[in-house]
Ligand binder design. Sequence first.
Ligand code: 5GP
Length: 190
Amino acid sequence: MSGKIIIVSAPSGCGKSTIINALIDRGMIDVRFSVSATNRAPRKGEVDGVNYHFLSDEEFRSAIDRGEFVEYEEVYPGRYYGTLRSEVEQRVSRGENVLLDIDVCGGVNVKKQFGDRAISLFIMPPSIAALGDRLRGRATESEEEIARRLGRAEYELGFASQYDVQVVNDDLETAIAATGKVINDFVSSH
Ligand code: 5GP
């Protein structure tokens, strides 16, 4: 049986990674991450084919030309990131459920291409104000950086209605349970 495609997006600071990692660590969902491609250099400890498929500028460019990406984006100037069609298709044909942890524009694109084979989930903060409090609580960013992220979050929240399901991360455990249920219901559907 073919695997399913699960797309999860969220504005920064909404707890997306915490929720996904909790579901995987607790064995609540059976998924594999789709490994993206990038032309940025590997950071210390990063492994090719595990964290990313690390490509040269030229390799990335030819993959674009050959139409090998489901979606790709220039996330930072000159730094490209993308989802390889082969990565998703191979895993799905092996019967693996593939999870794409992807930004909002990429998520909307991938859903359009895979249609009913994919479910798209959007994790939302209870409000922009709550997100601001959460980012300040982390105390890792300056006020200026927080304002920039909130501006971006507001823009990204505008995409929420284009996703199949929205989960509000007000209480973390409730959000973990809700996300797990959406994924498992979809994976076990035909
Ligand atoms: P980093 O360089 O810190 O690993 O990732 C930088 C950014 O690239 C993150 O915001 C991440 O969401 C984005 N990114 C990673 N993989 C992909 C991908 O396959 N497609 C798109 N559109 N963005 C990605």
